[in-house]
Design a protein around this ligand. Structure first.
Ligand code: GRF
Length: 215
């Protein structure tokens, strides 16, 4: 049984997509994996209630209670490690993690970012995309490296940018793709179909084209 730990900071819709998918009959029979814990760095994260509704244990570790970033990272890492995870998912975790943390979970730690990386790292990605005038936008799931939004890409989902799109409409369409993309990547990682080797994503037994979601 593969053990998944999810880290969140807010709404938790990506978390919910993982939980719903992992609880589906198909996953249950095909992928021996489950979310064993959800950890938030914010006590007011709505995603905590999402986890509780799915019967997943939650905990909160707030950075302001720690004297330094290193101390917070170390406590968070210990809390994660206590669950003996095979996969750790940053599912809307809005806090940059230090290189010690990243090294400790290398190859097990993935993030979802709402742009087609390497375009538009950081915040306000939909605003960045509109300002740049791109015609295609989307989301990326990648292994976490110490450069923010800079790790090896696992898979991407793309959408068309429409003439009348604003930040909100764009965000909503990208989010709907995130909800398809992230559970798939979690599953592939659990199955060992994707892995991190020498800083690159290596892909095993997957249909050609599966890593690019174009719908
Ligand atoms: C998502 O857009 C994700 O890509 C980004 O933060 C947002 C989290 O949303 N990293 P939610 O909490 O999963 O609803």
């Amino acid at each position: 049984m593969k053990r998944i730990v999810c880290l969140i900071s807010g709404r938790g819709s990506n978390l919910e997509s993982i939980l719903n998918t992992a609880e589906s009959e198909r996953w249950a029979t095909e992928v021996p994996a489950r979310v064993v814990a959800v950890i938030s760095n914010r006590a007011d994260a709505a995603g905590l209630a999402v986890a509780a509704a799915h019967g997943v244990p939650t905990s909160v570790i707030e950075q302001q209670r720690f004297a330094s970033r290193e101390a917070f990272d170390a406590r968070l890492a210990d809390a994660i490690e206590a669950h003996q995870p095979d996969v750790v998912v940053l599912a809307g975790f809005m806090r940059v993690l230090g290189s010690g943390f990243v090294a400790r979970f290398a190859g097990r730690l993935i993030n979802i970012h709402p742009s087609l990386l390497p375009a538009f790292p950081g915040l306000a990605t939909h605003r960045q995309a509109l300002a740049a005038g791109v015609r295609v936008h989307g989301a990326t799931v990648h292994f976490v490296a110490s450069e923010v939004d800079g790790g090896a890409i696992i898979a991407q989902a793309a959408i068309a940018v429409l003439a009348d799109d604003g930040e909100e409409s764009l965000a909503a369409r990208v989010l709907s793709r995130e909800h398809l993309l992230l559970p798939r990547c979690v599953r592939w990682l659990c199955e060992g179909r994707v892995a991190l080797r020498d800083g690159r994503t290596v892909v095993g037994d997957l249909p050609s084209g599966a890593l690019a979601l174009l719908v």
